[in-house]
Design a protein around this ligand. Structure first.
Ligand SMILES: [Zn+2]
Length: 481
C-alpha cells in the first residue's frame, strides 16, 4: 500500500479547488466554467480527519500466480460433464451409474479425491449424507448428500471459510425428477467454480481452513446447505465467511445485454439471525449497513476488484433476488457472514425450464448458453477473496465502542487474536452516509485506542493486519464497556 499513502494524505478538496482554478484560468477567455458540474468524485472524497484514505488490497505475487492458473478448459469440462448426467434432480436415481444425482455425486467425489491426493494430507474429502424425512418438496424419505472437501488451515484450523455450489438441478416442475434438467448455469457453473478452486488450493498452504462443498437439495429447499451449516455448527467451527456461487454461468440477459466483466454479490444488511437485543441496539444507534455480511462484501470488493480478476464486484444490498434464495441463507441462519455470487444479467428461458423448442426458441439450462470465460473470471473473484481471507488474520472478536460516559471522542476495545503472524490493528471510519470505509488509522498491536472523533457523528470499525500485510474483514463494534 505504501506508495499510495503520501498522495492520499493530501487534502483532496484543495486539490479540487486548484484544478478548477487552473481550468478556469485556461478557459476564461472563451467559455464560462460550469461551476455546478463538479464530478461526482468530489463528493466521494474522504472527509477531513485522522488517518489516510482507504485503499484496496492489491493481490500479491502468490495470489496472482494462483489466479492465472484458473483453467477455463477444466471449468468447461466440468459444466459439460455435469449437464451430461441428464438430470441431477434431488429425487432422481441415486444408484444409476449414468443418469441422475447419484452418478453426478460419485463423479464430483472422484474428482475431489484426485485433487486432495496432491495436498500432502491437508485436504480431506467426504460424502456428507443424511436422510431427509418428508417435508416441503420432499415427498418420501430421501438421502441428501453433500460432497465436501476440507483444506485444513495450518495455524488457525478452527477458523473456517466456506464456498458452495449446488449440484442438484430442476426442470420446469420442481417435483419432476425424470425429465432432462441439465442445470448448466444453475448450478453446474457454481460447482465448477468450487471444484476448480479446490484443485488449485489443494497444493497451497493457508492459515485458516477452507471448505469446498458441492451441496444437494438446493432446489427442494436448501436442504444440503442447511445440513452442512448444522454440521459445522455442531463441530464448533468458527465460520467467518461463506459464499454461495449460484447461477454464475452467463453474462447475457434475455434481451441480449452483455456485462461479462461484473458479478453480483448479494449481501444482507439487517442480519437474518439478529436477536431482539441486537435489533434494539441497531434501532438506537444504527448499523443496518454494517452487518458482518456487508463487511464481508466490502472485503470481497477490496481484494477481488483488480487486474488479476478483470472483474467488478457489484455488491447488492439485499439478501437475495426477488422470489429466489440460495445456500448462503443456510449460513446466515446460523449467524455467520455470507453472500451469494450470481451473474449480472439473467435469461430466465435458461433457468428452471424444461428443455424444449417453442416457436423456434430454445428453452432449457444448456451448456451452449454458458460463457466459460465468464465462469473462469468468477472463479478468480472467489479465489481472490478466499485466498485473502485464509491468509489474513481473522476478523477481530469482541469489538466494543465504549459508551460508559458521554464524551466527544471515541474509545474502542477488542480482543487480541491468537494468530502467530498477527502484526496489529487498524481502525477504520466513515461518514454515516457513506457506504464504504473512508479512512484508516494504523494503531499498532494494541487492544484499546481512543480516537479524537465523536462516535455520534461517524461509524467505526476495526480490522487485523498480518505481518505480510494481509488485512482481515472489518469488525463493527457493539456498544459496551
Ligand atoms: Zn440455483
Amino acid at each position: 500500500m505504501g506508495s499510495h499513502d503520501t498522495a492520499g494524505d493530501r487534502p483532496t478538496r484543495s486539490t479540487r479547488r486548484t484544478f478548477l482554478s487552473a481550468s478556469a484560468a485556461a478557459t476564461a477567455a472563451t467559455v464560462a466554467v460550469p461551476l455546478l458540474a463538479e464530478p461526482a468524485a468530489a463528493h466521494d472524497a474522504p472527509p477531513d480527519g485522522p488517518g489516510r484514505p482507504v485503499r484496496p488490497q492489491p493481490p500479491d505475487r502468490e495470489l496472482r500466480d494462483l489466479l492465472r492458473q484458473v483453467d477455463q478448459r477444466r471449468i468447461e469440462a466440468i459444466v459439460r460433464r455435469l449437464a451430461a448426467f441428464g438430470t441431477r434432480h434431488t429425487l432422481s436415481s441415486q444408484d444409476d451409474p449414468e443418469r441422475g444425482i447419484g452418478a453426478a455425486r460419485d463423479w464430483i467425489h472422484d474428482r475431489m479425491r484426485e485433487y486432495a491426493a496432491a495436498s500432502g494430507g491437508r485436504m480431506t474429502v467426504e460424502l456428507q449424507s443424511y436422510v431427509q424425512q418428508p417435508a416441503a418438496r420432499i415427498p418420501v424419505p430421501t438421502t441428501i448428500t453433500n460432497v465436501v472437501a476440507t483444506l485444513r488451515g495450518e495455524t488457525s484450523p478452527n477458523r473456517t471459510y466456506v464456498i458452495t455450489g449446488h449440484y442438484d438441478s430442476r426442470a420446469s416442475d420442481v417435483m419432476d425428477a425424470v425429465s432432462d434438467a441439465p442445470g448448466a448455469d444453475d448450478d453446474a457453473s457454481g460447482v465448477a467454480v468450487v471444484m476448480e478452486l479446490a484443485r488449485l488450493m489443494a497444493t497451497r498452504r493457508t492459515a485458516a481452513t477452507i471448505v469446498f462443498a458441492a451441496v444437494a437439495g438446493e432446489e427442494q429447499g436448501l436442504y444440503g446447505s442447511a445440513y452442512l451449516a448444522g454440521q459445522l455448527k455442531a463441530a464448533g467451527a468458527d465460520v467467518q465467511g461463506m459464499f454461495s456461487n449460484d447461477i454464475v454461468g452467463s453474462s447475457t440477459a434475455d434481451d441480449g445485454t452483455r456485462d461479462p466483466r461484473s458479478v453480483r454479490l448479494f449481501a444482507e444488511g439487517v442480519p437474518t439471525a439478529e436477536t431482539p437485543a441486537e435489533a434494539a441496539t441497531r434501532q438506537s444507534v444504527g448499523g443496518e449497513n454494517d452487518s458482518s455480511s456487508r463487511q464481508l462484501a466490502r472485503f470481497v470488493a477490496d481484494t477481488a476488484e483488480n487486474s488479476a480478476t478483470g472483474m467488478r464486484v457489484r455488491v447488492i444490498y439485499r439478501r437475495d433476488r426477488y422470489l429466489r434464495g440460495s445456500d448462503h441463507i443456510s449460513f446466515l441462519r446460523e449467524g455467520w457472514p455470507a453472500g451469494r455470487f450470481t451473474e449480472p444479467n439473467e435469461d430466465f428461458a435458461h433457468q428452471h425450464q424444461d428443455v424444449r423448442v417453442v416457436d423456434g426458441k430454445q428453452f432449457g439450462d444448456l451448456p451452449e448458453f454458458c460463457d466459460f470465460a465468464y465462469i473462469t473470471r468468477v472463479a478468480r473473484v472467489n479465489g481472490a477473496a478466499l485466498w485473502s481471507l485464509a491468509r489474513a488474520p481473522g476478523t477481530p472478536k469482541g469489538a466494543v465502542i465504549v459508551t460508559s460516559n458521554l464524551t466527544n471522542d471515541t474509545t474502542l476495545r477488542w480482543q487480541r487474536g491468537t494468530e502467530p503472524d498477527l502484526a496489529g490493528y487498524e481502525v477504520l471510519w466513515r461518514e454515516t452516509t457513506a457506504a464504504e470505509w473512508q479512512r484508516v488509522i494504523p494503531v499498532g498491536d494494541v487492544t484499546e485506542v481512543t480516537i479524537d472523533l465523536s462516535k455520534d457523528n461517524v461509524f467505526f470499525g476495526v480490522r487485523a493486519v498480518g505481518r505480510d500485510g494481509h488485512r482481515s474483514p472489518v469488525a463493527f463494534p457493539r456498544p459496551g464497556s
